[in-house]
Design a protein around this ligand. Structure first.
Ligand SMILES: *Cc1c(COP(=O)(O)O)cnc(C)c1O
Length: 680
């Protein structure tokens, strides 16, 4: 196993750590170093079966699990015929998958994103944007198309959340052990680790390139935490979305410009560049520079080529959500490009402005992305239209509907988010061919043949799994916070398996209105305390460390959880992440989403719920406008009735209570038997 690298007399020397695993288990190590295992249910089960408790303790990280394995345990596994048979079968499935030749007929696409949500143990994501990007990479692998992805390797990543006894969000940063991540150094033909540099405000900053294998495709990650850099530059890739605006700018220069240089250093010449959100938009400048430097092309011609081979996906319907920088700051970082590109500073800055001559206007990464991309898309039908209006200022001579802004509605990676029990049922019912043809309605219509009772049993089983986990989690968290034992007992005792369980988990950005439900606490108390059919709300989510409003929402909800009316009825689970997202979207009865319209560009968590037979109850915003039909979930109307947000909130809350009382709770009561025994 390759360990870390140390400096030795100015020369890098490879140090090998003796693999602890007996040779017979080396296929386990091979499986652990490619993320394919994370969406193959047999492979997950295989790692889980080695030591279920330890697997959870190491954050479901198989490399960490193998690191901690004792010699005795390893030998026991080798002697266990059932285990070795399973290992052999999973390993040969992996081999078969990996060895499938790629379809290269379409050319190569480079995919750039600031964050990737691939697995819980890789803290390279903060929320929906990253999880979407991660799901894309897995789908790219499954379809075996020729795409390479580029991102940053964060040593600390996004913060880990815990909650104090008073409901304050505590931010914890934990360094990743790179030796326990499925990443490998990328080396050139001479065996030297590939490094690229960027100029950051007069200093040269170096980044090493790592490869992370996602099935049949690779994500290349840049890492500045190396000896070549001074301490400040080393920390450039420590945190995701940490630091001030200038820090963000430096990271974006590294991602966009450094990323293109990394591809070039690896001798890759992608035919198309996909910018997933505007963070990577500087890549257009480096591509232009390459055409001018290497191909001696005039600027205008180079711009045409760059535009013709670039695609921009925008994710943020709120203008303030787009990264932008003052000209004075930008000058320190980008002025050198005026020489390479042979254009004036004014021309360069104009690429990110609506009004080129307005020196007070900030330079917008999204505007740069649009000016250097032929195709622009939003992430749902509604968001496509909202984006057309938002970017209309860039093209005032056109009507917004004529702008070349389309939409591709987000999706989720089915094998990642579906529960194993559902996957078995689907495969049994739909037959062969379904997994490689998931959008085929012919398959899905067979779901009607499955007896309702079987589905209800399956749903109850997944709900039980969730609630068992919730009780255990609460016991640990509340004890650690020093909550009084009586309160802990009351909360846990109240968690009944025949309750209607409603989930609300996502980033705590204020537009998502996590506290909307509490607009009328009296009415909410009546709903949750119906002794015949109690209702439980499970909340989870992180607020960005700089978002005080979001943190106040968390605190408000947290404080509600110990209020006598809401004990065990309103629950806040700390440190939301991908594994919790799976448990929740597989185990709740209803998935609730009530953002301020039209601010939810797409949303994807509700799609995870759908594939697990969970009903959505959501504002008609983002993907739900396309996903909803009467009888398949519930919707809050799309129209904005009041210009005053407070009145709109009040109306929305009333609508939620009404739909819960008059429709959702009665239909749940009719569909499910009452469980008499209290759990606990
Ligand atoms: C799916 C997912 C999201 C996106 O959820 P939205 O409801 O679309 O915001 C965010 N965070 C995690 C951990 C997820 O798994």
């Amino acid at each position: 196993m390759l360990g870390n690298l140390t400096e030795n007399g100015g020369k890098l020397k490879r140090i090998f750590i003796e693999p602890k695993l007996p040779a017979g288990l080396s296929p386990l190590h091979e499986l652990a170093t490619n993320l394919w295992w994370s969406w193959n249910h047999e492979a997950i089960e295989l790692f889980h079966s080695i030591d279920p408790e330890l697997f959870v303790d190491v954050n479901y990280n198989p490399l960490a699990l193998l690191d901690e394995l004792s010699m005795e345990k390893a030998q026991a596994l080798l002697d266990d015929g059932t285990f070795t048979r399973k290992l052999k079968s999973v390993h040969s499935a992996f081999k078969k998958y990996i060895d499938e030749p790629k379809d290269d007929s379409q050319g190569q696409i480079a995919y750039f994103c600031m964050e990737y949500g691939l697995h819980q143990s890789l803290r390279l994501y903060s929320g929906g944007l990253g999880v979407l990007a991660g799901d894309y990479l897995k789908e790219i692998s499954d379809r075996n198309v020729n795409v390479v992805a580029v991102g940053l390797l964060y040593r600390y990543g996004y913060f880990q959340q815990s909650i104090s006894l008073h409901g304050e969000q505590i931010h914890q940063l934990e360094a990743a052990k790179f030796t326990q991540l499925p990443i490998l150094p990328v080396r050139d033909a001479q065996g030297t680790w590939i490094k690229v540099y960027v100029n950051l405000s007069g200093r040269t900053v170096w980044a090493k390139v790592w490869e992370l294998r996602v099935g049949r495709m690779s994500l290349y990650l840049l890492d500045t935490d190396i000896d070549d850099n001074n301490w400040e530059d080393r920390s450039l890739t420590h945190q995701l979305y940490g630091g001030d605006n200038e820090h963000r700018l430096r990271q974006e220069v590294l991602l966009g410009i450094g990323g293109v240089r990394a591809l070039k250093a690896m001798k890759m010449e992608p035919d198309l560049y996909h910018l997933n959100e505007g963070h990577a938009a500087f890549l257009g400048l480096e591509r232009l520079a390459n055409y001018l430097r290497d191909k001696h092309m005039p600027f205008d011609q180079a711009l045409e080529i760059v535009r013709g081979t670039q695609l921009f996906t925008t994710h943020t319907p709120v203008p303030a959500g787009h990264d932008s920088f003052p000209e004075s700051l930008l000058r320190d970082y980008l002025f050198e490009f005026t020489n390479t590109l042979g254009i004036s500073w004014e021309q360069l800055v104009a690429l990110g402005r609506i009004h080129p001559g307005d020196s007070n206007e900030l330079f917008s990464m999204s505007h740069l992305a649009i000016r250097t991309s032929l195709e622009v898309n939003g992430v749902s039908r509604l968001h496509g239209e909202v984006s057309q209006k938002m970017f209309n200022d860039l093209y005032p001579e056109y009507n917004y509907a004529e702008l070349y802004v389309g939409y591709v509605t987000n999706g989720v990676h089915f094998p990642t988010w579906v529960a194993s029990e559902w996957l078995d049922l689907y495969q049994e019912t739909f037959g062969k061919g379904f997994l490689s043809d998931q959008t085929n309605h012919k398959f899905w219509s067979k779901i009607q043949d499955v007896p309702a009772q079987r589905i209800m049993d399956l749903r109850q089983q997944l709900k039980k799994r969730l609630l068992d986990w919730v009780r255990q989690q609460l016991q640990t968290d509340l004890t650690r916070r020093g909550e009084n034992p009586r309160t802990i007992f009351e909360i846990i005792k109240a968690i009944r398996e025949d309750a209607l369980v409603i989930g609300f988990a996502r980033r705590f950005a204020t537009y998502k209105r996590a506290t909307l439900l509490f607009s009328n606490e009296k009415r909410l108390a009546d709903i949750v305390n119906n002794t015949d059919r109690p209702v439980i709300f499970l909340f989870a989510g992180k607020a960005h460390p700089a978002d005080k409003g979001g943190q106040e929402y968390i605190q408000f909800i947290y404080n509600t959880t110990t209020n006598p009316d809401f004990k065990g009825k309103v629950i806040f689970l700390e440190n939301y992440g991908m594994e919790m997202a799976k448990l929740l979207t597989q185990g709740v009865d209803i998935w609730l989403n009530n953002p301020t319209r039209p601010k939810e560009a797409s949303g994807t968590s509700g799609m995870k719920a759908v594939m697990n037979g969970v009903m959505n109850f959501s504002v008609l915003d983002g993907w739900w406008c396309e996903g909803y039909k009467p009888g398949a979930g519930w919707a809050l109307p799309e129209e904005e009735t009041y210009p005053d947000p407070a009145l709109q909130n009040e109306l929305d809350a009333e609508t939620i209570y009404n739909i819960l009382e008059s429709d959702i709770i009665p239909s749940f009561t009719n569909a499910t038997p009452k469980v008499s025994a209290n759990a606990g």
